[in-house]
Design a protein around this ligand. Structure first.
Ligand code: NDP
Ligand code: CA
Length: 332
């Protein structure tokens, strides 16, 4: 039996006359399964899951999590927890980073009605780890009963016209029932602190936006990822102020404020690291945010933080329900 972990938080606008508190109660986990059917069935809504799953090679050999028991990092246990976390929320679209077991995920998710693609980092740090399972990279999965694939594109992000070690993956999808099209893109920007690295992420963000703008061809956009940048960083600002009119789903659902954390870990070198660096950006003209999945509290997470036996990655998954504005206006 799964512990009750997290609740969906509807947007103030999405909660409408029910009020936020009622809405939160209504969307508690024990009824999320009902919404699973609803979200999957409705061609006017899209449920997106964004998650840095923590590469198996990096997590076991590189990250030096101070409080995570070795057993919790073993692939034999983690792999089922990762799949469970994903399918628990019945997303229509899944954007993942640090995937170094695409074959396993792809096989497991195929049994649940998903297909997907993977694009590795050109010089993944995983490759330098003994016993690695290949490079890590970004992956996108989508439900085959809901979408047709129009095309997929990948890019090694450039910084001042030179290729970096970070990538982006993009799919253009068509909703079978309505014929509406949507572009979904994901990325994992350069990690670590410092002014130079912040500038690097800013440049990667510019290249990412150029790439996405060119390939989406006016389709509504969902842009997810581990941007390795807190909201004060230039890359966040350039995405949020870009002419394409992107908003951040979680900020939208929290009165304009990003949540306090999307990752919370204890590393031997750095101590406790608790901050927001993962986002789901979306086209505000075309989509409204109906609900986002809340993060567990510090107490629920426990003092060892994550990863742990309950949470298999050092990042939390972000899940949000987007609805097409046109349809939403009609149905209210
Ligand atoms: P990044 O700096 O983007 O980070 C790589 C990974 O390290 C990310 O998945 C990141 O996770 C994680 N990470 C972030 N902070 C820490 C930390 N404090 N401790 C441990 N892990 C952390 O790396 P690049 O992709 O740019 O690759 C690094 C380069 O280093 C590669 O080009 C490779 O050639 C080189 N390399 C060489 C090695 C060698 O033995 N010669 C070994 C490893 C790398 P998150 O995004 O979740 O923060
Ligand atoms: Ca990591």
């Amino acid at each position: 039996h799964l512990p009750v972990k997290r609740a969906f938080r509807p947007c103030a606008s999405g909660a409408a006359s029910r009020g936020l508190q009622d809405g939160v109660r209504l969307l508690r986990w024990n009824v999320v399964s009902k919404r699973c059917g609803e979200a999957a069935a409705s061609p006017h809504h899209i449920r997106v899951l964004q998650w840095n799953v923590l590469s198996q090679a990096l997590g076991e050999m590189n990250d030096n999590f101070a409080c995570c028991p070795d057993e919790a990092l073993q692939w034999s246990a983690r792999r089922y927890q990762i799949v469970e976390e994903i399918i628990e929320y019945c997303p229509d679209i899944i954007c993942l980073q640090e995937v170094d077991h695409f074959k396993f995920l792809s096989g497991a998710l195929a049994t649940q009605g998903y297909t997907g693609m993977f694009f590795p980092k050109p010089d993944s740090p995983c490759l330098y780890i003994q016993g690695n399972n290949g490079p890590d990279g970004c992956a996108i999965f989508y439900r085959t009963d809901k979408f047709d694939l129009l095309n997929s594109e990948s890019r090694v992000l450039e910084v001042w016209s030179v290729q970096s070690n970070q990538v982006a993956l993009l799919v253009n999808l068509r909703i079978k029932e309505t014929g509406r099209e949507v572009c979904v893109a994901t990325t994992h920007l350069k990690a670590r602190n410092g002014a130079l690295l912040s500038t690097l992420r800013e440049e990667q963000g510019k290249d990412l936006l150029r790439f996405v703008e060119e390939r989406r061809q006016d389709r509504p956009l969902v842009l997810c990822g581990d941007f390795n940048a807190e909201p004060i960083e230039p890359v966040y600002k350039s995405i949020m102020t870009h002419s394409s009119g992107l908003g951040s789903a979680y900020a939208n659902a929290h009165g304009g404020q990003e949540p306090p954390y999307t990752t919370w870990k204890v590393r031997e070198s750095e101590g406790e690291v608790c901050h927001t660096i993962d986002y789901v950006f979306f086209s505000q003209r075309e989509f409204a945010v109906d609900a986002v999945l809340d993060f567990p509290t510090g107490e629920e997470i426990g003092l060892g933080r994550i990863p742990s036996f309950i949470y298999p990655s050092d990042h939390f998954s972000l899940v949000c329900d987007l609805s097409f504005r046109e349809q939403r206006g009609m149905s209210l």
